[in-house]
Design a protein around this ligand. Structure first.
Ligand code: PBG
Length: 330
């Protein structure tokens, strides 16, 4: 009598997982340094870089160390840098005027980085008022204290012009005002900046994971952003924002945060024919760093896994505070 072993698997997916070489060969997605964009903060008047306690390893740069960080990113093969300005506290006001001052910190930083790396690195800038307003909102307020959409658009148009004048390649409007992409496109075109691109924050959710960013830019936000950023409960709404941004002239679109919104990212990525970015934000960074510091997860593997997941979901570009470090490892 022959022994019966039951039914053998007719198919054995494990064969393709047997060795590192085999796994490398059959990998469907790979990260490349040029997928990555480094978000960076620059603080006006800083003599030394200022550590951000909720983002271990990330600092508010001085003008000097920002230039160095840009060169390091370039040497590592990173594609771009997204700049955020942190003005002196005394320069914040209700209208966020430091954001439209040609000598405001962000404009100065754009010129610095441009002088250092020219067109070798794609230079991007956050186009939003929250870093410059004393109330911390992304727009200007009306008499009742609500964020005034259309008055804010006028401020954004001015910001677009000064950032473009400073030499930025891409502006990233992150304020979630209705019509912002169209107004910014017009402002750029009317001031001779037809070549400046718009990376639209298409699906930007009102997220708890922005927490560490508030420290990073010294924001004193009163209240929350729920009347302009999207409700985490909504997916279809992102499709509406996407249609509007494309119609208004977005060159690239972005989903933010990344990890809790991979479904949104996947849906956006399959719906468009423009490049798609995802922003792995401050709280996503902090979560991994905090767990790793406690010895609860393997930091390097966790970082790569999150980035691979974001790429697999459909991102062509990933903004991550680990950009330079990861690019060096790839
Ligand atoms: C708004 C802006 C924010 C971030 C990028 N642009 C903060 C917010 O919307 O509250 C968050 C980035 C991060 O958390 O890493 N200017």
């Amino acid at each position: 009598m022959s022994t019966t072993y039951g039914t053998f698997p007719g198919s054995r997916p494990r064969r393709l997982r047997t060795t590192p070489a085999m796994r490398r060969m059959v990998a469907e997605y790979r990260l490349h340094p040029s997928d990555l964009i480094l978000p960076a903060f620059v603080r006006e008047g800083a003599a030394e870089p200022v550590p951000i306690s909720a983002m271990p390893g990330v600092v508010q740069h001085t003008r000097d160390t920002l230039r160095k960080a840009a060169v390091e990113a370039l040497e590592a093969g990173v594609a771009g840098i997204m700049l955020f300005g942190v003005p002196e506290e005394a320069k914040k006001d209700a209208l966020g005027t430091a954001g439209t001052d040609p000598d405001g910190i962000l404009q100065v930083a754009i010129r610095d980085v441009k002088a250092e790396v020219g067109d070798e690195l794609v230079i991007m800038s956050d186009l939003c008022l929250d870093e410059y307003t004393d109330h911390g909102h992304c727009g200007v307020l009306d008499a009742e204290g609500r964020v005034d959409n259309d008055a804010t658009l006028e401020r954004y148009a001015e910001m677009a012009q000064v950032q473009a004048d400073a030499g930025v390649h891409v502006v990233g409007p992150s304020g979630m005002m209705d019509g912002q992409v169209g107004v910014i496109r017009d402002a750029l075109d009317q001031t001779g900046h037809e070549d400046v691109s718009i990376l639209a924050y298409t699906a930007k959710y009102a997220s708890a994971f922005y927490g560490p960013f508030r420290e990073a830019v010294g924001s004193s936000l009163q209240g929350d952003r729920k009347t302009y950023q999207q409700d985490p409960a909504n997916l279809r709404e992102s499709m509406r924002e996407l249609e509007l941004d494309l119609a208004e002239g977005a060159d690239m679109v972005m989903v933010k945060p990344a990890l809790p919104y991979l479904d949104v990212l996947a849906k956006v990525a399959e719906s468009v024919d423009v490049p798609v970015a995802a922003y792995q934000i401050s709280g996503e960074y902090a979560m991994v760093e905090a767990a790793a510091a406690n010895g609860w997860i393997d930091r390097d593997r966790a970082i790569m896994e999150t980035l691979t997941g974001i790429k697999r979901a459909g991102a062509n570009m990933i903004l991550t505070y680990w950009a330079t470090e990861v690019a060096r490892q790839l």
